[in-house]
Ligand binder design. Structure first.
Ligand code: TTP
Length: 627
């Protein structure tokens, strides 16, 4: 359910940048002879020429649509150039599109906080850049306004004739309200960034510039390709008055249908007729307030400042006669998906120092008899172990568990029509120092646990599987039909998993507060080390997974309880060291936030001439019992 976030920062400048027919552009860059020709990218598939997933603007003029198959497209546009998505392991390989998206992000992220929302979409918070520009070089003082900026569409600006002149006047009005002046600066910055993207990558993109994400997103698609649209506050009412509810993010599904059918609300503006209380009464407190806000163009969602995907996923659909019927067929496909997933999380770890913690399997299946026809294949999760074989093994267990539950007491024949596997709960690892890396390494290898049945958890409902809107929402996902990677989302109500995450993070955040924060720090990244040194067998095959889950549960039950335990351990093990033994460069290797504290300890220790049994940080944290 949506969460209302009133916009407390009214003067923000937010841009939503969306690449134009992205996969087509990537293919055209590879084969420049395709430029300017009606072109479409088709999903690997030999049935009726495959499914179109991206269509160039030249082809759209002939009526070619994404919903068509290659053969249909050829009927309406005989000259269409159909390019196959690259294939690896029998399925679409989206790596070329992912890295093309990253090229764009690296350019766009130079002017402000940047949130990668999907494989080809980015939000930018340009407030600071726009404010600086307004102070230093306000548009009214500019001799020339960027030509691309002058081509902007300013909503609410009347008259098609002399549009550019009107736009120019709008840009340089000295009597404009502050908010509009900021938007004008934002639009000049975005026009410049789009120019840079074109120069550096050869890709065109379109953008919306507004005071919040919701309006910027609505605007970016209004004039495509290679154009930008500005939404001044004065234009919001008219924009929403005619906007069909279903066009609004989060209103495409049941909520939108209920608004239409139950309240007769067809456009977002129609919502203005209802009081906040009435909407709350009908849809609950949060959703009611959220609806009331969006009717007025209010949304306080922040640009998250994240350019990396929140999860990685890959999947494959098996429609009609291709449905998988045997465990061996499922295993073979799962193995291929897991291979790809393993490569991607490994690359993420190598490049970005991030570790994925949860493996989730989603599937869509049906039974040959129509007993419980609506029963869905349950999604299942377990702690993620790095390594292809381990991921394959765990994915298989997740599938078997899901299948048992799906079949229940009926031992029907079954068919699987889609499989997807994802790696989630991706957390940064401290990258400041080799000591951190050392402990992180320990943590990683220790964290490898078996997905015993105890570890397998139900995941979010699997209804999204194969659904174009959100197969494993907001992640870097790759699926046979909907291969559209979504990168970030925190707008939805927190999931059970996210709660664990949040609390763990909170407890880690407290590492720099109070006594013993170094212990907390290492316990945050290296809980297992403690387990290992206290009870070397505790990570044995049968209990590894349980151990990790316990760790999570501690976090979940009480964000402080784990810290409490550590304090006890601290009392037991007391950190004894000989200050003279400690090489000062070792301290430099510690994360910044604990360096000062450790230095403080060392100084006070020297002052007290403490020479206790034990040795250095290394020895204390060593997993070796004899150290
Ligand atoms: P979109 O941004 O939805 O569309 P687009 O970039 O092709 O075209 P537009 O100019 O209208 O924005 O999707 C980005 C890419 O994601 C698209 O080029 C191909 C891929 N994609 C799929 O693979 N399957 C899908 O169902 C959709 C919607 C997109």
């Amino acid at each position: 359910m949506p969460i209302p976030r009133p916009d407390l920062q009214g003067d923000r400048v937010i841009a939503h940048v969306d690449m134009d027919c992205f996969y087509v552009q990537v293919e055209q860059r590879k084969q420049p002879k395709l430029r300017g020709l009606p072109t479409a990218v088709v999903q690997y598939n030999d049935w009726k020429g495959g499914a179109l997933i991206a269509v160039s603007y030249e082809a759209r003029k002939f009526g070619v649509k994404r919903s068509m198959r290659g053969a249909e497209a050829e009927m309406v546009c005989p000259n269409i150039q159909l390019v196959q998505v690259p294939v690896a392991r029998g399925k679409a390989d989206l790596n070329a599109y992912r890295s093309a998206g990253s090229e764009v992000v690296s350019i766009l992220s130079t002017k402000g906080r940047c949130e990668r929302a999907s494989i080809d979409e980015v939000y930018l918070d340009l407030t600071d850049a726009a404010e600086s520009m307004l102070l230093e070089t306000p548009p009214e003082a500019l001799e020339d306004i960027d030509e691309e900026a002058l081509k902007s569409h300013v909503l609410g600006l009347s008259g098609d004739e002399d549009r550019e002149k009107n736009v120019q006047r709008w840009f340089i009005r000295s009597d404009a309200i502050h908010q509009d002046k900021l938007l004008a600066c934002g639009a000049i910055i975005v026009a410049h960034l789009r120019g840079e993207v074109l120069k550096e990558t050869e890709f065109t993109c379109s953008a919306g510039i507004a005071h919040n994400k919701m309006l910027a997103k609505l605007a970016s698609g209004m004039h495509k390709p290679a154009q930008q649209t500005i939404v001044p506050s004065s234009a919001v009412k008219d924009l929403l008055a005619s906007l069909p509810v279903k066009k609004m993010k989060q209103l495409g599904g049941k909520l939108g249908s209920s608004l239409q059918n139950d309240l007769g609300v067809n456009t977002v503006g129609d919502l203005l007729k209802f009081s906040e209380e009435k909407l709350q009464e009908r849809y609950g407190f949060n959703t009611g307030t959220w609806l009331w806000n969006i009717a007025r163009g209010i949304s306080g969602d922040e640009v998250k400042g994240r350019v990396l995907p929140k999860s990685h996923g890959c999947g494959k659909t098996f429609p009609g006669p291709r449905a998988l019927k045997t465990a061996a067929a499922v295993e073979s496909w799962l193995n291929q998906l897991c291979e790809e997933l393993s490569e991607r999380i490994q690359l993420d770890m190598d490049q970005n120092k991030r570790v994925a913690h949860t493996l989730t399997l989603h599937a869509r299946a049906f039974k040959s008899s129509d007993v419980e026809p609506h029963k869905k294949f349950p999604s299942k999760s377990c702690p993620l172990r790095y390594g292809i074989n381990k991921i394959q093994e765990d994915a298989k267990k997740l599938f078997d568990t899901g299948l048992r539950e799906f079949l229940g007491s009926h031992s029907n024949a079954w068919r699987v029509t889609s499989l997807a596997i994802s790696a989630g709960k991706i957390l940064d690892t401290p990258r400041t120092s080799s000591i951190s890396r050392f402990f992180q390494g320990k943590s990683l290898s220790s964290a490898i646990s078996d997905a015993s049945n105890d570890d397998i958890q139900d995941d979010a409902p699997s209804s999204s599987i194969g659904c174009k809107e959100n197969i494993v929402p907001e992640s870097d996902n790759d699926e046979e039909v909907f291969a559209h990677g979504k990168y970030v989302k925190e707008d939805d109500a927190p999931s059970k998993d996210r709660k664990i995450d949040v609390l763990c993070t909170q407890s880690r955040k407290q590492k720099d507060k109070g006594n013993g924060s170094i212990l907390k720090f290492f316990s945050g990244t290296n809980t297992s080390t403690k387990h290992a040194s206290n009870a070397p067998s505790s990570w044995s095959e049968s209990h590894k997974g349980q151990d990790q889950r316990d760790h999570q549960e501690e976090c979940l039950v009480d964000g402080h309880s784990r810290l409490g335990k550590i304090s006890n351990q601290q009392r037991d093990d007391s950190w004894n060291f000989n200050a003279e033994d400690i090489d000062p460069s070792v301290i430099d290797e510690l994360p910044q936030e604990i360096q000062r504290e450790v230095r403080g300890w060392i100084c006070s220790s020297k002052r007290a001439k403490t020479t206790k049994r034990g040795s250095s940080i290394f020895h204390y944290f060593s997993t070796d019992d004899n150290a």
